[in-house]
Design a protein around this ligand. Structure first.
Ligand code: ADE
Length: 344
């Protein structure tokens, strides 16, 4: 038997495909990038959806498309504007690489999008999954897209596979070659909404009749999340706030603007204005923002500057800073005496 062979086979496999596609046709979520398979829109959505939940992407996608409606506009933009529009989505290297790829498409391909997965893979930020997702959805290329969700669905339905390459081959064997874009999205959708990691809803599953396993995998418990406490200073002067720019050479959120971080030892006696739980990858941060009077600042770091609302709204802010600046704690900056504690 070939390593990639799937059970069930033949006619059974076509019935499984039909059942999945029919379920997708009736149950798919109405997502903005599904209304129009234009490669630019699909590309942006696929980059945003990497490691990011649909709900978070929805908050950014429409605004991003409004700000950069075409690949030409994106290619011409300043890097800081692209990062500003990405603020809050995290994994900022995705935005930088997408911006670089836009320049390549405009300058080297005269604004024409590549039509095959192979050509897409030559662009910055495009891996095997993303290339396959874009060309199957936009151009109907018969190529399977394997992401974490799809891999889990395949393991549950057909049994655990050894190694990534075998999983790719399985996905390829299962693919409905006439409706590849819909089929790939149906697999992703099933993994995201029904065949979920912890509590799969097998009773609502269109392929449960073919499925080898029922219920969650107990074999691979999720790694426990880490917790950390962070303190930031909200320093105001009139209607301006003090922000600092992260160095260009750090691995996380390079070049983005945030509140000055302060050690726990400086918090005592300061007025807390906001407290948040903020999650990045495997860590939950308990974040407290404390108000520090600007008269108490002894000196300003080189990378610190004052910004009024108009200025900070155009900056590439870290997600956390953006969240706080939009919260009622800062909305009340217009009325300086009126700082309130918010908890969210
Ligand atoms: N995750 C990544 N791409 C997706 C898509 N097109 N539909 C649903 N989930 C996705």
């Amino acid at each position: 038997m070939r390593k990639s062979a799937l059970e069930p086979k033949g006619a059974n496999l076509s019935r499984l495909r039909r059942a999945l596609l029919s379920w997708y046709d009736h149950n798919k979520r109405d997502l903005p990038w599904r209304r129009d398979a234009n490669p630019y829109r699909v590309w942006v959505s696929e980059i945003m959806l990497q490691q990011t939940r649909v709900a978070a992407v929805l908050q950014h996608y429409a605004r991003f498309m409004q700000r950069f409606p075409t690949v030409q506009v994106l290619a011409r933009a300043r890097p800081s504007s692209v990062l500003a529009a990405w603020s809050g989505l995290g994994y900022y290297h995705r935005a930088r690489r997408m911006h670089q790829a836009a320049k390549v498409i405009v300058r080297k391909h005269q604004g024409k999008f590549p039509q095959t997965a192979e050509e897409w893979r030559a662009l910055p930020g495009i891996g095997r999954y993303t290339a396959a997702a874009i060309v199957s959805i936009s151009f109907g290329e018969a190529i399977a897209a394997l992401d974490g969700n799809v891999r889990r669905v395949l393991s549950r339905v057909f049994g655990h596979s050894e190694g990534t390459e075998v999983a790719w081959q399985r996905a390829e064997t299962l693919l409905d070659r006439d409706r590849s874009g819909d089929f790939n999205q149906a697999m992703m959708e099933l993994g995201a909404t029904v065949c979920t990691p912890r509590a799969p809803q097998c009773r609502n599953c269109p392929v449960s009749a073919w499925c080898k396993s029922q219920g969650p995998d107990e074999s691979r418990p999720e790694a426990p999340r880490k917790r950390k406490q962070l303190y930031y200073a909200l320093v105001r002067k009139g209607a301006s706030v003090l922000l600092v720019q992260r160095p260009a050479d750090v691995s996380l959120m390079a070049g983005m603007w945030e509140f000055p971080e302060i050690p726990a030892s400086r918090v005592n006696g300061s007025h807390p204005v906001a407290s948040f739980r903020h999650s990045i990858t495997d860590t939950d941060y308990d974040v407290t923002i404390v108000a520090i009077p600007h008269e108490k600042l002894r000196s300003l770091q080189d990378n610190a500057r004052w910004f009024a609302r108009k200025g900070w709204e155009r900056l590439p802010l870290t997600g956390l800073t953006r969240k706080v600046l939009r919260s009622s704690a800062v909305a009340s900056l217009a009325r300086p005496q009126n700082l309130t504690q918010v908890s969210q």
